[in-house]
Design a protein. Structure first.
Lengths: 316, 347
């Protein structure tokens, strides 16, 4: 509730200060479109945070899958097998993270830090740091990334809703429903809150944790598909520092580093807030260079809020 | 009885140090046989200078990791120090000494902020230092507009390019820091407390260790070393740029983990870290001189970090088993179960 209010306040501030540039369908559409990737990544991170883990490798896995899929399509492979190869790769990365963390009991952030460097390195090697375009791919794949569903026509322009954003929103909404209402998913909260108790209660903690990391990787894959479809290139430097934004958004939205909490609507509002702040910075200060610093500050602030919240709960 | 227990505990880390040395020598000999110039003085110097700044950071990271923490912000403190010292000297026209002093003071301040946030909020240090890294990197980018700053005086450049008895100054500083800090860590009671804290913070606090204070000192030390590395790097490159030192925290952590420290805290030493950084340097050098695509380097770095933490886990389990079997031996010697022992003692 507070988050909705904060979002409205930020929206109002920017809207009043820069009415023409901000309250413009093109600008709002740009915010929302860019948000769709961050939203998918942040939802993935939320699952991992609920399980009291962390995944720093999402940005790199995003880049790696984008590169693999783009390279395959460049080699004139059909679209669906290419996408499937990317899916398999993402799942392998998620499985590897999950097995090392859950089965071998290694620290999540170290494992995923290693994976971060590994995946980014492989992506760079495969592309030599170049953009990978795929000009001969099927039309529909290139088209859908920038397609819009028109919902309102005026004489000067057509207002359309971007398809990738729609896909992201629908997937996230469906997933959010299952996360709160489907028993196997609800078990994740239990495992995250108290792994020992969950184990004694007969849950397979190891399996649930591994599944969590794989789910996170699936969201990363989806973000990657939408990204290469709308950008029309694969690139080894996609998603740098996106894991930080995703973590910050999830924590702002109520996920905790102590595990066991987090919600999809909260994460959505967190992502929206970061996107609005980023856009506001560009419109108000005119200097996009400060944007990265604000993400860091928001992360620290979110952590502080999370810590205070946890203290209070413990006192009660 | 206690000595055998100690011996058993030690074998794990000694084994690792010996093994690491053997691997480093093997890579060196292979490269020498293949290329013939590996052991030349020029290549040795290149190799030593290559990861020297990461090495300086890794010394501070050793302290942090032993205390059960982690400091990701070093990779942003490093270019921050470069930029601040460049701004102070080139744009504000300060002489070397005050410029360096102010820069180091600011770095200490960053360490203090890190430690204070970690102590007050009691969140995993990774999150705080990651936030700090992001913030600082953003600040670095914003205050330089992404441009590099150059034009240092020759006196300042000496700090990075000068030699002392024929050895480059950064190497001299690295060795000096490794020896003094390594000695202090091994022998000074204040730093010995770190092992206690890393082994179990609650236990340490309950036995009267000033956990918050020790942590603060350690994070400030880490930031200070990163700052010194940054200043020397600015002097060596002759320029400051916000993207310098990217991913250096990864190499520093990898060096510490490869050197045999437990990444969960409680064990490790500076000598191991020095071996770890030597290993990374040799591998990097082998990569470059054997003509493999250098883009592989990032991937290999990540892989080595994963292998290092796996190995660290293996050693930890081995040690745990050694402790268990030592306990078992003790039980066997005393000829009974702990309950019986306690009953005897009571009687």
């Amino acid at each position: 509730m507070v988050l909705v209010l904060i979002n409205v306040i930020i929206f109002a501030i920017i809207g009043i200060a820069r009415p023409t540039a901000f309250l413009n369908w093109l600008n709002i559409k740009a915010i929302l479109s860019l948000m769709s990737y961050d939203l998918l990544l942040a939802v993935g991170i939320t699952v991992v945070l609920i399980l009291r883990g962390i995944d720093l490798s999402i940005g790199s896995v995003l880049a790696l899958t984008s590169v693999i899929m783009a390279l395959m399509m460049r080699a004139d492979m059909p679209v669906l097998p290419s996408l499937f190869a990317g899916l398999v790769l993402a799942v392998v990365c998620g499985l590897l993270n999950g097995v090392l963390i859950a089965k071998l009991q290694l620290l999540p952030f170290l494992v995923t830090l290693g994976m971060m460097s590994l995946a980014r390195g492989i992506a760079t090697v495969m592309t030599s740091g170049q953009y990978i375009s795929f000009p001969n791919t099927a039309e529909w794949f290139i088209a859908f990334g920038r397609a819009e569903i028109p919902f309102w026509k005026t004489e000067t322009m057509t207002y359309g809703f971007p398809v990738p954003l729609l896909i992201a929103l629908v997937v996230v909404a469906v997933f959010g429903y299952f996360l709160t209402n489907w028993k196997p998913m609800r078990q994740m909260f239990f495992v995250g809150q108290n792994a020992e108790a969950a184990k004694l209660a007969g849950l397979s903690v190891v399996r649930i944790t591994i599944i969590g990391y794989v789910i996170c990787a699936l969201f990363v894959w989806l973000a990657s598909v939408l990204m290469i479809s709308s950008n029309r290139i694969g690139y080894a430097n996609y998603g740098i520092a996106s894991e930080m934004r995703a973590i910050a958004a999830a924590v702002v939205g109520g996920a905790s580093f102590f595990g066991g909490s987090g919600s999809i609507p909260g994460t959505f509002l967190g992502v929206l807030m970061l996107a609005l702040i980023g856009n506001g910075f560009i419109l108000l200060a005119g200097d996009p260079n400060w944007q990265q610093a604000t993400t860091g500050l928001v992360l620290i602030l979110a952590v502080a809020v999370d810590a205070i919240r946890t203290f209070r709960e413990r006192k009660n | 009885m206690l000595t055998t227990l100690k011996k058993k505990l030690k074998t794990g880390s000694v084994l690792q140090a010996v093994g690491l040395t053997v691997i480093i020598l093997l890579i060196g000999i292979t490269m020498q046989v293949m290329n013939g110039n590996f052991l030349s003085a020029a290549n040795m110097e290149v190799m030593a200078m290559n990861l020297i700044f990461e090495g300086i950071m890794a010394i501070g990271m050793t302290f942090v990791i032993i205390g059960g923490g982690i400091d990701l912000s070093v990779s942003a403190v490093f270019p921050f120090a470069e930029i601040i010292v460049a701004k102070l000297m080139i744009e504000a026209g300060l002489p070397i000494f005050p410029a360096v002093l102010i820069t180091l003071a600011l770095c200490l301040g960053i360490g203090l902020i890190n430690a204070t946030l970690i102590n007050v909020l009691r969140v995993h240090p990774m999150v705080i230092t990651m936030g700090m890294m992001l913030t600082l990197r953003g600040i670095n980018l914003a205050i330089t507009n992404g441009k590099s700053i150059a034009g240092f005086s020759d006196d300042f450049l000496f700090l990075g390019q000068g030699t002392f008895f024929g050895i480059n100054l950064p190497i001299v500083f690295f060795l000096f820091a490794a020896i003094t800090l390594g000695y202090l860590l091994k022998n000074h009671p204040y730093f010995r407390q770190l092992y206690f804290i890393g082994g179990g913070e609650r236990a340490a606090r309950l036995s009267g260790v000033k956990v918050e204070q020790v942590k603060t000192v350690v994070y400030m030390l880490s930031a200070l070393l990163a700052g010194i590395a940054g200043i020397m790097a600015a002097a060596q490159y002759g320029a400051a740029h916000w993207s310098h030192g990217n991913l250096s925290e990864l190499k520093a952590i990898a060096a510490v983990a490869i050197g045999g420290a437990d990444v969960n805290g409680g064990s490790g030493n500076v000598f191991g870290t020095v071996l770890g950084i030597a290993f990374l340097a040799v591998v990097h050098n082998a990569f470059v001189s054997s003509g493999i695509n250098t883009f592989w380097y990032d991937a290999v770095n990540g892989l080595m970090l994963l292998i290092a933490i796996l190995f660290s886990k293996y050693i930890e389990r081995k040690n745990a088993r050694a402790v268990l079997s030592a306990k078992q031996m003790k039980l066997d010697e005393s000829g009974g179960y702990p309950k019986a022992n306690m009953a005897e003692q009571r009687a």
